[in-house]
Design a protein around this ligand. Sequence first.
Ligand code: COS
Length: 384
Amino acid sequence: MIRDQETLNLLLDAVRRFVRERCVPAEAITAQDDAIPDDIVAEMRRMGLFGFAIPAQYGGLGLTLEEEVLVNFELSQCSPVFRSIAGTNNGIGSMGIVIDGSEAQKRKYLPRLAAGEIIGSFALTEPGSGSDAGALATSARRDGDGYILNGSKRFITNAPEASIFTVMARTDPATKDASGVSAFIVEADSPGLSLGPIDKKMGQRGGHTCDVIFDNVRVPADNLIGGKEGMGFKTAMKVLDKARLNIAAVCVGVAERMLQDALAYALQRRQFDRPVAEFQLVQAMLADCRTEIFAARSMTLESARKHDAGERIGLEASCCKYYASEMCGRVADRAVQVHGGAGYMADYGIERFYRDVRLFRIYEGTSQIQQLVIARHMIKAAGG
Ligand code: COS
């Protein structure tokens, strides 16, 4: 749903300019230093980009999902780490509180997340549980007016920068599945909470992940999301439904950028006395990219509209995340191919995108988990 086209157009124009003028020129230095320049992060804060998905009454821009997806199409037409630094505040690092948090939790944390004063992070994955998220082992034992958390979380995006974590932990030790899991807001400076070294990754330099370790970390009962035990896995899944649609939007944005780079190169690079764009085998690769991006863009927008109309989009979010991330991988591969030898060389930047986008098929649910979710929806709807 688009509420005010004119205001939205102003925002999209501002994001487009910011990406073209500020982020694209800083891509190489960000990858080289493994850090986004501070002035770019500060500008993102000023533009409200840390809280565009957070409701307006808590200091965010309060975009609808369709508007959010449109912003992500634009914001992702550069190295994906620029979106990623604000991505957790708009998504998995805040949405548990937005969707299931109490009024007091919302008032306490959301305004600072929306302003980008603090970074929020989502701690679900563990050394022993990834795809089987419901089997997590981090424990939260009730102790007086609080809980004591023990365990560790793995590959946590923005953990080194985070001030708060949404942590899924098991409050019912008698269970081994999703039913005994609760979600907590845990402040990063809580005694007993420590971070592992920053992970060395294939790509996405400038964005950081690491382990988060809980050693008898005391969390006040007020920080149990929604105030009810046993709801944490469902909170996590609801957060992921929305997050997966946004990852699809990110895939569309990055793919669009890679295609623009491939087309520009094909028009400028000459072989056999003509631009390589004139060769039909190169044209086929460009056309396949354009067609697949169009498809992913359309399905993402349609699903966002469905969500804004009040319908559940678990099935659609998985379809979009699955298709768009696989599409993005194919576009990256073709974009490298169109660049020929230059595609393999770091100076041209396309090989960096090729490495960066590999993550999309893995995080926030692998392609195989999306397939499983899609099929389960189909079987359930058929009464199976
Ligand atoms: N919204 C609301 N509730 C949901 C839900 C959703 N999208 N998905 C599942 N639930 C509910 C189910 O309805 C079920 O509730 P009941 O017991 O009351 O019926 C409960 O949650 C457990 O669901 P389910 O039995 O389907 O859980 P499974 O353990 O079989 O796990 C998968 C389901 C595999 C889909 C889940 O673990 C998953 O998404 N794994 C991937 C995790 C992931 O994306 N990790 C990435 C890292 S986080 S960035």
